[in-house]
Design a protein around this ligand. Sequence first.
Ligand code: 6R9
Length: 651
Amino acid sequence: MSESSSGQIDHVLDESRLFPPPAEFTQKAVIRTTEQYDELYARARDDRDGFWRQEALEHLHWFEPFDETCKWDSPHAEWFINGKTNASYNCLDRNIELGLGDRPAIIWEGEPGDTRTLTYNELKTEVCKCAAALRELGIQSGDIISIYMPMTPELAIAMLACARIGAIHSVIFAGFSAESIADRNHDAQAKMVITSDGLYRRGKVLPLKETVDEALEKSPSVQTCLVLKRVGNEVAMREGRDVWWHDVVDKQSGDLPAEPMDSEATLFILYTSGSTGKPKGIRHTTAGYNLWAKRTFQWVFDHRDDDIYWCTADCGWITGHSYIVYGPLAAGASCLMYEGAPNYPAEDRFWELIEKYKVTILYTAPTAIRAFIKWGDEHVDKHDLSSLRLLGTVGEGINPEAWMWYHKKIGGEKCPIVDTWWQTETGGIMMSPLPGITATKPGSCTKPLPGVVPVILDENGQSVDEEHGGKLCIEQPWPGMLRGIWGDEERFVSTYWATFKGEYLTGDNARRDKDGYYWIMGRIDDVINVSGHRLSTIEVESALVSHPSVAEAAVVGRPDELKGEAIAAFVTVTDPNPGEELRQELRNHVRKQIGALAQPDDIRFAASVPKTRSGKIMRRLLRDIAAGREAAGDTSTLEDFTVLAQLREEE
Ligand code: 6R9
């Protein structure tokens, strides 16, 4: 991909292979004819309110009906106005009323091999107990709770318990550092943190509570810390602040009515990286989000009663929110949930789980697929994967060759692949094949779902033709869209809505081919995608600069076979002879500041970093150098040419 002078983007990939859905799949599919999709799509576009009114009435429970479907005053949307519903009710009580109480909701396997199955009845009981405990601990509707937990059923239980009483959850991925937790606690003014003593990772114990303790030193808003005993490691419990889960949750009654919540009440916030320093708390609301998660799950995963569905994401990311908890549970699905690493105790753990639980739908990330390819086919060959009928991917673009491997080796050439494009901000899947009808092309997320009206614009806001890529925007509001950035209206407007008035700017480049298929071409902004996780270059730079030896740092992504992108850092230090020791120290420093996933893969020491005359770091140049390419393009605004030569010598 290269950028031409007009700001349009040329594509280099030419993929013409086409994979129509297998006839047996189509016969039983939820959406099985192109006409059905065309009709849904046209109705959602041309009669937006009528379409979503009917969807909401049919697919959510209403304590009180809404009186207006959508109020759109760009960039502010409200959906299902004055209605009262509850996401925990939609995920639990509603299914029980429909007779699904004895169906497994969560089928869980821990990393050490311990297992637990919770039916919808049992899950509801646990959620009610946890919700009652939160109330006993003083939590009220509208309070914010940070959740920093391993992938145990209690993580989903805690999320749904918050939803049940109208508390707002802010799940923090359990790989983040104490600093990151403290920042998020502070930004959200969280009142409580729910965590566990520790978590299992590749057989080792990571002391989560210890990390939380460190964060709580800097989190004055947090009054209570609720601690699940998961691994039994030694933890310090502070009197008056820390409470064991088993002491307050287990004794509660298992029946607590769900609080009727306003459609637009905040259900959760989830922090994600943007192009400027601080992570932003993306705000999602109750009714619209829940409906979007549910319906997109049903359309894209073609869910049927006898499916065993497995999404391998962590609940710390949006994929876990929408496609482990709120989407599949609202749809009454049976979901496998796995706690640990894909290569523990061996590289065949995923395939072993699929065979053991007869998983029918697998939803995972391209970075995982690339790791499986590297680990070798012999791990796959040991297991019977014939239960699978549908495969999905999310998080980043999938390279056609990885797609082919997934198709052949995992899908046995009989499972459609849904490459789902979406974002934390969109709440749920926006573009994806519909497995019963869409002929797929490896590497393309194909077409928009009903309710999604994408448009590709050039620098001037003009729609681009088929030959060229441009900035991917969304024209119409949809129920699952973000409602804001927590506490930062200005940033909400400037990030998403100020570039092209009235259009939601996704931050991705894309192109549409002659068949109307979309191809995502990567980010416009300074966001790197490491193993499907969004990281801001500026956050990593800030972490580096906070080290006393660092004067200046510039961070870019470079292509990496396994992770998609690796983090390359160019660092100017005070030490005249920096070496391996400092390099390691800086890596550890970033790990401590942000978390392990932000550790730079390469650190190059440089005399200074190249900047434009206006003082902007020339990332394009650095990207070329990091990738081992000759620095190309226009360098006429470069402040100091000698810097470039020095950086090259560093290699
Ligand atoms: C769900 C999720 C969003 C960014 C997004 C894009 C990239 C996600 C993709 C994809 C190509 C796909 N992305 N899915 N790129 N093809 N199927 O990942 O949310 O963590 O917010 O990341 O990820 O760049 O803008 P989030």
